[in-house]
Design a protein around this ligand. Structure first.
Ligand code: SF4
Length: 375
């Protein structure tokens, strides 16, 4: 199976923590749509497997009218082979939502909405420079739950304005809607963001790691009790509602990324990504050229990625490592895990290496310790 990711690179306002590619200069939106249509046609023979997921991300694809979304979906279904029962997700900001828009989206073919709520506290939303208010977030989730069976809610924990109680409130209020899927990420400080400068200049003081871990533990415990499966470090789904888009990505399935900065993977060893510049992207596509950079992954890079994703999801199978990467890699892994096994951070479940419940928060750091630095 395969997927298509569409990156719509415009936002009304820049969130202070965000390092995705987007522009707040929205005047090229129409040209961007034309170019993305052209890129979809240019690449229509790239995937030889049926499409299981179409994902509208960004940026803010909910800035687009439902009719534009529908045109893209129609263009894809006319030029690509779609698998029956395919998932079509649209990332949406609460300030773009209305009952009418949600109904129109459903009519356009979108069958899953991923709602960027982040918090139900105005001071936190303001600190992050989110454009929406807590009240708009509340209305957006009410409307979304009304129109869509399948939807997801994004929440951010560990922000400087948060504490145990405020985070508990966010979780309880979200769970009162019983959403089928929740994605929850710790607020991270990325280079070149406003938040980065605020922290550098001591304008904002971050929570310490222990306080963030306490919030993560609360997330795991509350969502576990509410019957969500934690199928990836930050992702939680009710049975039958795991994101097809996310799961395909973690399972190494091929996908093409359309639009500036969008990444693609051939399902084997080759990654590519489009230029992260709207004007250069538009000019290149106008000439019929794909503004892409390609990279063939080295064996040790694929191994590192496999270990990282495995520890964040269902574990790392030693026999898979031996079969796919060679015994050198299996032996290396067995040597690297010794101290983590002794410290009960990792354990073997048969031939599968997993992170213990109490060490989940440390998954990425543990994975980094198992990486091979070169082949
Ligand atoms: S709306 Fe999303 S993509 Fe746009 S700035 Fe905020 S976090 Fe980034």
């Amino acid at each position: 199976m395969a997927g298509i990711y569409i990156h719509f690179p415009f936002c009304r306002q820049a969130c202070h923590y965000c390092n995705f590619h987007f522009s707040t200069q929205t005047k090229y939106q129409q040209q961007m749509l034309t170019a993305m249509h052209a890129e979809l046609i240019l690449r229509k023979d790239e995937l030889d497997k049926p499409i299981e997921s179409i994902y509208f991300g960004g940026g803010s694809p909910s800035l687009l009218p439902a009719s534009s979304i529908e045109k893209i979906i129609r263009l894809i279904s006319n030029n690509y082979k779609l698998k029956e029962g395919h998932e079509i997700t649209l990332e949406a900001n609460p300030d773009d939502m209305s009952l009418k828009y949600l109904k129109d989206l459903k009519y356009s073919g979108v069958n899953r909405v991923s709602l960027g709520l982040q918090s139900f506290h105005d001071d936190e939303l303001k600190m992050m420079n989110r454009i929406h208010s807590a009240d708009q977030g509340l209305k957006a989730i009410e409307w979304t739950a009304n129109i869509f069976d399948n939807y997801s809610v994004d929440l951010i924990y560990g922000s400087p304005k948060s504490d145990y109680r405020s985070w508990e409130y966010n979780l309880d209020l979200t769970l009162s809607f019983d959403p089928p899927h929740i994605s929850s990420y710790a607020l991270t400080v990325e280079p070149k963001t406003v938040l980065f400068h605020q922290v550098e200049n001591n304008k904002i003081e971050l929570l310490d790691e222990e306080a963030v871990k306490i919030q993560y533990d609360l997330l795991i415990s509350k969502l576990g009790k509410a019957s969500y499966e934690n199928y990836e470090f930050s992702n939680f789904g009710k049975p039958g509602y795991q994101s097809v888009n996310n799961s395909n990505y973690w399972n190494g399935k091929p996908f093409i990324g359309i639009g500036p900065s969008a990444h693609s993977f051939d399902g084997d060893k080759t990654r590519s990504w489009n230029i992260s510049n709207n004007i250069k992207y538009l000019k290149s596509i106008e000439k019929g050229d794909l503004p892409q950079t390609k990279e063939v992954l080295k064996v040790y890079e694929s191994f590192n990625e496999f270990v990282m994703i495995g520890l964040r999801t269902k574990g790392v199978s030693l026999s898979h490592i031996n079969d796919s990467f060679g015994h050198k890699y299996g032996l290396y892994l067995e040597k690297q895990v010794v101290k983590h096994l002794a410290d009960h951070r990792l354990f073997w479940d048969g031939d599968v290496l997993k992170v213990s419940q109490q060490s989940k928060f440390l998954s990425d750091g543990i994975a980094a310790d198992l990486f091979m630095l070169r082949g």
